[in-house]
Ligand binder design. Structure first.
Ligand code: C2E
Ligand code: MG
Ligand code: MG
Ligand code: MG
Length: 295
């Protein structure tokens, strides 16, 4: 009987694998189709990045990709970006994201006052960055949209630093005046030995470094975050904390000298229209106005 049960398990297991492979293939085909039809199923949402020394106004967002699948509904990026990377579709998808973000930026800059429009940070996969001529492509697309380089930021993960070709491209991108942020800092190939020669302007501290509630019992965690921030400042970079969810975390980050914060506590990623309304809103209309006054 045990043997028969074992046999059944194996059957169930292979059946599960077969199904997973079939689903993956289907998703890949759907992604292909979505790109072929011009990207109407895709949408960028914009999450405010709030500078703690100038929280009265909003000057920057991170662009986050959303896929509104015709039958499955909204699929989160973590569920299809890795697939797009494995299949090479990330190049087309990345081009779509860059164009959509630049078109939105051009719109915002056209309606902006003399101080200029906002900055939008676009996430870039290492596979995109290692493409020959990627830096020149970025410069050409900025010019085509009539935008200054300062309007665009690129976010790359530490993975890219393991890829020499891609890391070299970053230097070209920064030479244009486009700022580069290292995303999810601290969870990947992080090493103190290269912090001082990162080809970047900004570090985005991964949310796993924030104590769960940020409360008084986390003295050790607070000292650690403060030390990381000092170190980042010492090498001339600035620090954005991501995934800020509680007032205690925000208070901790302010005490620790953090430059800017991003997280559900302040604002969730939102469609372009409400994001644009925030750009025109007064200090008291910022969703984080009350929270900042309290912490
Ligand atoms: P990421 O670049 O680290 O983006 C931050 C993620 O954290 C976003 O998830 C955002 O919605 C989420 N987040 C923001 N505030 C909070 C918070 O307070 N708590 C929690 N728990 N989460 C928060 P999202 O939009 O699902 O994106 C996931 C990842 O997918 C991104 O992580 C990024 O690596 C990737 N991604 C998103 N859009 C693009 C894109 O256009 N191109 C590429 N290559 N990757 C993208
Ligand atoms: Mg990011
Ligand atoms: Mg991030
Ligand atoms: Mg992250």
């Amino acid at each position: 009987a045990a043997k028969r049960r074992g046999g059944n398990c194996a059957v169930v297991f292979t059946e599960g694998l077969r199904q997973a492979a079939a689903e993956r293939l289907e998703l890949e085909q759907d992604l292909h189709a979505a790109l072929r039809e011009g990207g109407r199923q895709f949408e960028l949402h914009y999450q405010p990045v709030v500078r703690l020394d100038a929280a009265d106004s909003l000057r920057s967002f991170e662009a986050l990709l959303r896929w509104n699948h015709p039958t499955r509904g909204r699929i989160p990026p973590d569920a299809f970006i890795p697939l797009a990377e494995e299949t090479g579709l990330i190049e087309l998808l990345g081009d779509w994201v860059l164009e959509a973000a630049l078109a939105q930026l051009a719109d915002w800059w056209a309606g902006a006052g003399p101080g200029g429009g906002p900055q939008v940070a676009v996430n870039i996969s290492p596979l995109q960055a290692r493409r020959r001529g990627f830096a020149a492509h970025i410069g050409q697309r900025l010019r085509a949209h009539g935008l200054p380089a300062e309007a665009l930021w690129l976010e790359v993960t530490e993975r890219i630093l393991a890829d020499e070709a891609a890391a070299a491209v970053l230097a070209g991108i920064r030479a244009l005046g486009v700022r580069v942020a290292v995303d999810d800092f601290g969870i990947g190939y992080s090493s103190l030995s290269y912090l001082h020669r990162l080809p970047a302007d900004v570090i985005k501290l991964d949310r796993s470094f924030l104590p769960e509630d940020g409360g008084a019992d986390d003295g050790g965690a607070e000292a650690f975050v403060a030390a990381v921030i000092r170190l980042v400042h010492t090498v001339g970079l600035s620090l954005i904390a991501e995934g800020v969810e509680t007032e205690a975390q925000l208070a901790l980050l302010r005490r620790a000298g953090c430059d800017a914060v991003q997280g559900y506590l302040l604002a969730r990623p939102m469609p372009a229209q409400p994001a644009g309304a925030l750009l025109r809103a007064g200090p008291a209309e910022m969703p984080w106005h009350g929270v900042l006054a309290r912490t």
